[in-house]
Design a protein around this ligand. Structure first.
Ligand SMILES: Nc1nc2c(c(=O)[nH]1)N[C@H]1C(S)=C(S)[C@@H](COP(=O)(O)O)O[C@H]1N2
Ligand SMILES: [Mo]
Length: 414
């Protein structure tokens, strides 16, 4: 049962209803920590020059699916973010998921040598250096990226396995429209093809309307240079579109008048009409990050349910949470500002009575689109719902976590 925000203080004060492990009122320093006994991290020149997290923080990325990263040849494939440890909405750069379409060696690019060429159906083909790009007006925006491989799955043991192929970062760069105006797009041009610098080129065809609207050519990520695994020194950001469009190690944009087949289309072509109908946009989608599969609740009592919601269709307007398997839904609180095409944190106060239950979340975006259940998608496409039914295109269906009476939390996929 959800509690209004104003109820929370009073609720926390009555320690009796809190989970056993949460000993409010026992006021003494933790495990004998006195000012004299606190251990210190020895200052090293490296740690002063470039910091790192505490050795007690252990969240790490894992290989996504069955392909290990790096593989026997040193290729990096898909790597998933530990969403179960996420707080706020920004994914630390070191934990940002990695998507490499065909597996890739991470290019080691000297920014001094790097160039971005824009050519094709343009008045003035141009080649930009990193210095050129940094002279132009910049924008900084919070945006998520999500891989099409990110989907609720019957075999996932943890949220990292089912939902870890999305991350959100603060991106800084130049609007692609600024560069396209600089080269002068010719009449009749309707697509761009963006290409990466690695051996498989990671190229994608993107509609001109999107390119002109809000695509970013990024050199900055979370306050520093884009990380090599994310496309250093330059990547394209196509807000709200499926991950594969966000071309990393960006070195070439060709302006064209039709969709170009690229290596990326292998496995991603929308041949089936139902798949094509779903378009390129992500979501709306949400998932509860605490409590989630793989976690263990210490006992009955108060918990803040917390999660992330995002949509390719714009800002998240509403998130509802059910703590009784989907019978009743309560509006969750949106934490902070809900930015367009960015992860948005939501929360709901919950008093767990210690009996088995199921937790679900569903979100609505600014277009009024509501995250569907698997049953609704199956009904829409008029196919029987069984556990083997695979949602076509990008799967943004509702994720259910089952809380067992011993406090263990599990993936409930049906
Ligand atoms: N050049 C290039 N760009 C690429 C890819 C690639 O393999 N090569 N992978 C794409 C895929 S499939 C995804 S999901 C996103 C992942 O971005 P990230 O690694 O920064 O999370 O990058 C896209 N851009
Ligand atoms: Mo991807």
């Amino acid at each position: 049962m959800g509690l209004k925000r104003s109820d929370r203080r009073g609720f926390l004060k009555s320690g009796a209803v809190l989970a056993g492990g949460l000993a409010l009122g026992a006021v003494r320093p933790a495990s004998g920590q006195t000012p004299e006994s606190v251990a210190f991290i020895k200052g090293s020149e490296e740690l002063i020059a470039y910091g790192q997290r505490s050795r007690f923080e252990t969240a790490v990325r894992i290989s996504h699916g069955r392909t290990p990263s790096p593989d026997a040849f040193g290729l990096v494939k898909h790597v998933a973010t530990p969403l179960q440890e996420s707080v706020g909405v920004i994914t630390p750069s070191a934990l940002h998921y990695v998507g490499t379409t065909r597996g890739s060696y991470i290019p080691d690019i000297d920014p001094q040598e790097h160039r971005l060429m824009i050519h094709g159906m343009v008045d003035r083909p141009l080649t930009f250096t990193m210095e050129d790009l940094k002279r132009l007006p910049s924008v900084t925006r919070l945006h998520f990226i999500e891989c099409a491989a990110n989907r609720p799955s019957p075999t996932a043991k943890t949220i990292q396995e089912s939902h870890g192929m999305t991350s959100c970062a603060e991106w800084t760069g130049v609007l692609l429209s600024v560069l396209l105006k600089e080269v002068g797009v010719k009449g009749g041009a309707s697509w761009i093809v963006a290409e990466g610098a690695e051996e498989v080129k990671g190229a994608s065809s993107i509609p001109m309307a999107k390119a002109m609207h809000d695509c970013l050519v990024c050199y900055g990520m979370n306050g520093e240079a884009v990380r090599p695994q994310q496309g250093y020194p330059l990547r394209l950001l196509v807000p709200g579109f499926e991950g594969i469009f966000n071309v990393k190690w960006l070195r070439r944009i060709k302006v064209v008048d039709e969709y170009y087949m690229t290596y990326n289309d292998y496995g991603h072509l929308r041949q089936e009409p139902e798949n094509a109908a779903l378009g390129y946009l992500i979501g709306p989608k949400s998932v509860i990050t605490f409590p989630c599969a793989g976690q263990q609740l210490p006992g009955r009592g108060f918990y803040e349910i917390s999660g992330l919601a995002w949509s390719g269709g714009g800002a998240i307007r509403r998130v509802e949470v059910s703590t009784d398997g989907g019978r009743r839904w309560t509006d969750a609180e949106i934490r902070g500002t809900a930015y367009r095409m960015a992860h948005t944190r939501f929360s709901l106060n919950w008093n767990w009575d210690g009996t088995e239950t199921a937790l679900l979340s569903r979100c609505t975006d600014e277009q009024g689109k509501i995250q569907p259940s698997r049953a609704q998608v199956a009904e829409f496409f008029n196919v029987p719902l069984d556990p083997s039914y695979r949602v076509p295109g990008r799967d943004n269906t509702i994720q259910t976590w089952r809380v067992a009476s011993d406090g263990s939390v599990h993936n409930a996929y049906a």
